[in-house]
Design a protein around this ligand. Structure first.
Ligand code: ACO
Length: 429
């Protein structure tokens, strides 16, 4: 990364401040304002961080105009087709594809660390059956720091904690689901690989054999890969922010899980299904629904369409659309919601309203339909997102901790409250 250019900022008093321009490997440009306040007393204001780079990062590259998403330089399309989630996790966290030996060792470690402490089972029992699984998994991930107290030591070997977290979140997610439906918790099986083991813990019962379907296993692998990282989004920025205070890995990731929970972030896949079910139940045609969207009736939006950064197409949505057809055909599922979704997509993509506003299907448009077909209940959709995003969060946490330039995240503000006033005793107010 070379510093080669300079920007000049002229302030109201005529003072000129020179600001270095930083250029990334894909020719992205940024004005470095890190010395602005020291030199001028000014800060910048950027609500929602729409124009603010919070860090330099070598993990994920994305170009929203061109629909490009790459992990460590590798296109998402190639990884989704040729790799698997464990290998992609290794890639994101370690910065390179593993050799055969490294891949084997990494997989073996994940297999060996899949159990959670038996005492933690009591926690599942303590939650009410109606608990949202996101509440359960975030609490469980925080609790892992209590079971592995050396994670609190900032000089600890973090690799063992990374392995534990990657392996155990899968077990925790499946246990949360089993608990919510009142079925016995299914222990992990070491003969299965990462995604197969997850399906086993989710859907097997002790009273009968369960065989993992290779098609479903591939679908889960691809879904998790597609969600594995998306640079400085809300939850990843949260992980970095919490971690910048020196908080341990488990605490930082638990914070990311909670940030993901919001409907504007990881909760959108659930909203798509609710929208499609709403259309089906209300009896209105999908065309009428689209008219309501276009006229902004009751602020209706076509959920699963549009994206803050992708303004051409979401490369993940393209892959998912194809996968959706394959999975439903394999399972022999004829989901009327898919028919509604496809018809709406076809009409919307030709409609001037959506074209002019650059609204295209995003990753959530089809993922919910696939999760439904896999038998995953709607309130587990965001948990699936968390499971996928975990290696990305870990990679960013690790990059932040290892960067000698990291400082505690502490933005400034423009104060808009009262000026100085003095305390008035209660009998005089
Ligand atoms: N349906 C109808 N109109 C839309 C939609 C939509 N899904 N999305 C945006 N618009 C319209 C807005 O009404 C606005 O119109 P205007 O210019 O007439 O006021 C214009 O497009 C721009 O919309 P913004 O909300 O300003 O765009 P922004 O980039 O801030 O929002 C967002 C992106 C939040 C994703 C938005 O497109 C949306 O709400 N989509 C539906 C929810 C969704 O699918 N979220 C998942 C995102 S993917 C993910 O998080 C993993």
């Amino acid at each position: 990364m070379a510093e080669k250019q300079e920007a000049k900022l002229t302030l109201p008093d005529g003072k000129e401040v020179k600001l270095p321009v930083i250029v990334g490997t894909e020719d992205e440009h940024a004005v470095d304002i890190s010395k602005l306040r020291a030199e001028s007393g000014y800060i910048t204001l950027d609500t929602g961080f729409m124009n603010t780079g919070s860090t330099k990062s070598a993990i994920t590259y994305l170009d929203g105009e061109q629909g490009i998403l790459r992990y460590r330089g590798y296109p998402i399309e190639e990884l989704a087709e040729k790799s698997n989630f464990v290998e992609v996790s290794y890639l994101l966290i370690n910065g390179k594809l593993p050799t055969e030996r490294e891949r084997k060792d990494f997989g073996t470690n994940l297999t060996r660390h899949s159990l959670i402490h038996e005492d933690m089972h009591n926690f599942f029992a303590g939650f009410p059956p109606t608990s949202h699984p996101m509440a359960v998994i975030s609490a469980m991930v925080t609790s892992l720091s209590a079971y592995y107290p050396d994670s609190l030591d900032r000089d600890t070997d973090v690799s063992i904690h990374i392995t534990r977290l990657l392996s155990k979140l899968r077990t925790i997610a499946a246990f949360a689901y089993k608990k919510s439906i009142g079925q016995p918790l299914m222990y992990p099986k070491n003969s299965l690989n990462y995604c197969g083991n997850f399906l086993h813990m989710m859907f097997a019962v002790p009273s009968e054999d369960y065989e993992v379907s290779p098609i479903l296993e591939k679908a889960v692998n691809q879904l998790l890969i597609l969600h594995a990282d998306h640079e400085q989004n809300c939850s990843t920025s949260t992980v970095r922010m919490v971690g910048s205070s020196g908080a341990n890995l488990y605490a930082s990731i638990a914070a990311g899980i909670l940030a993901l929970w919001g409907p504007l972030h990881g909760g959108a896949n659930q909203a798509v299904i609710e929208m499609l079910e709403g259309i089906q139940k209300s009896g209105i045609s999908y065309k009428q629904f689209l008219e309501d969207v276009k006229s902004k009736k009751d602020n209706t939006r076509l959920m699963g369409f549009g994206h803050r950064v992708y303004k051409n197409f979401d490369p993940r949505a393209k892959i998912l659309k194809k996968m959706c057809d394959e999975v439903l055909a394999h399972l022999g599922v004829n989901d009327p919601l898919l028919d509604i979704a496809k018809s709406m997509e076809e009409v919307a993509l030709k409609d001037d309203y959506f074209i002019s506003k650059k609204l295209y299907p995003n990753v959530d448009f089809y993922s919910g339909i696939i999760y439904r077909a896999l038998g995953i209940p709607t309130n587990m959709f965001t948990v699936m997102f968390a499971l996928g995003r975990l290696p990305g969060w870990i990679a960013h946490w690790k990059e932040m901790v290892e960067d000698k330039d990291t400082k505690i995240g502490r933005p400034r503000q423009i104060y808009t409250g009262d000026k100085l006033r003095h305390y008035v005793p209660i009998d005089q107010r």
